[in-house]
Design a binder for this molecule. Structure first.
Ligand code: SAM
Length: 208
């Protein structure tokens, strides 16, 4: 498993990870964490939580990882194939404003991504997904169609949707502690689809 601290990618062995995590009541995994700001916010405001940010791209994590709190960790990995050492650890999974194949995998019900979401979470874990309307429009999706498609993927990954999906507005995006939320809040289309779920069981992969 590759973690990042400042300019350096550092190999992290399972025993060290277990030691770092131990003693924390909750474990957050933030997929597509970008510059890692959300993970830093959670780690700083919730000392009982160990927060892990995962992104394909380590470059944006250099700055924040240099001075990460002891209960935060940044990993360079593909959300489609997260390190197996993380399997079954998450009590809270977030995907905030995905783009690229993280977004298309959710919309297209990609079996590898569905399996990864399933594998990371323990039963009863919380899931939150926020997808900006502009990214959906660029990918050719309307909000109602995206809502149905993403719910289908999440259900296949073993999550029940626990609240009616809703649209976050500019005020809510401004208050949300990620860089993309702030960018969107001041952009042309300040809306994001917000889905919440709870892990109830194992994945039911459905290829229909
Ligand atoms: C729009 S940015 C959002 C960043 C952050 N969540 C925020 O709210 O500021 C989307 C992020 O998803 C990451 N990403 C896209 N596909 C990914 C994948 N397959 N695995 C991990 N990260 C991915 C990108 O590298 C990028 O950092």
């Amino acid at each position: 498993m590759q973690s990042i601290r400042g300019k350096h990618a550092v190999g992290l062995d399972p025993a060290t990870l277990a030691r770092q995590i131990s003693g924390h009541q909750h474990l957050l995994i933030d997929l597509g964490t970008g510059d890692g700001r959300f993970v830093r916010h959670v780690a700083a405001t919730q000392p009982n939580t160990f927060a892990i940010g995962i992104d394909l791209c380590g470059g944006n994590l250099r700055r924040i990882s240099r001075r990460a709190p002891a209960n935060a960790l940044y990993l360079i990995a593909n959300a489609y194939a997260p390190p197996p050492e993380l399997h079954g650890l998450a009590t809270h999974l977030t995907i905030n404003f995905p783009w690229g194949d993280l977004l298309t995998g959710l919309l297209g019900h990609d079996e590898r991504l569905v399996s990864a979401l399933d594998a990371l979470c323990r039963p009863g874990s919380r899931l939150e997904v926020r997808i900006n309307a502009g990214a959906l429009a660029e990918a050719g999706w309307s909000l109602p169609a995206a809502n149905i498609a993403v719910k289908h993927a999440l259900h296949s990954a073993g999550f029940a949707i626990t609240a009616p999906p809703r649209l976050l507005d500019a005020r809510e995006l401004r208050a949300f502690p990620t860089t993309w939320a702030h960018r969107l809040a001041f952009g042309r289309d300040a809306r994001a689809l917000y889905l919440q779920g709870l892990k109830i069981g194992d994945a039911k992969i459905d290829n229909s």
